[in-house]
Write a protein that binds this ligand. Sequence first.
Ligand SMILES: Cc1cc2nc3c(=O)[nH]c(=O)nc-3n(C[C@H](O)[C@H](O)[C@H](O)COP(=O)(O)OP(=O)(O)OC[C@H]3O[C@@H](n4cnc5c(N)ncnc54)[C@H](O)[C@@H]3O)c2cc1C
Length: 134
Amino acid sequence: MSVTTKSPTWTNWAGTKNCQPEVIVHATSVDQVSEVVADATRRGVTVGPVGSGHSSAPLVPVNDVLLDVSGLSGISAIDVEARRVTVRAGTTIAALGEPLWNAGLALSKQGAIDSPTIAGAISTSTHGSGLALP
Ligand SMILES: Cc1cc2nc3c(=O)[nH]c(=O)nc-3n(C[C@H](O)[C@H](O)[C@H](O)COP(=O)(O)OP(=O)(O)OC[C@H]3O[C@@H](n4cnc5c(N)ncnc54)[C@H](O)[C@@H]3O)c2cc1C
């Protein structure tokens, strides 16, 4: 886990949203995430998670603890028969392609932009354009 404390600044991908949190924590394990959340709870401060920062809405900016989960990446379980894959929150769509292919699986559809994380995509209900492309 690495922590940036000296006047950290965060900006989203488009450069349209930013914040100056107290710290930016780069977590690389679930235990570290638990530690950060427990500490923030004790101190009564807010934790804001961030993936790839592709959201253009003001969802990420936070004054206290910005928790970057991009280091929590990769597939943790694959059930080929059920076609169910469990991935860590910071896994990008791009990072899913090869391991899925190696398991004989694939996303049913994929957008042109493959940088978002799975947690970010789920949190923002990322979708294609059109009712047939949920
Ligand atoms: C060039 C471009 C094209 C795009 N095209 C489309 C499109 O066609 N269709 C569409 O629907 N969207 C589109 N978007 C929006 C984009 O797909 C979503 O905003 C993106 O999927 C969010 O993923 P992220 O990893 O960047 O999340 P972030 O922007 O980092 O975070 C988004 C939200 O998720 C939360 N979050 C992130 N990680 C976690 C976590 N581990 N636990 C809990 N909450 C978490 C954040 O706090 C925030 O509220 C586009 C964006 C760009 C920049």
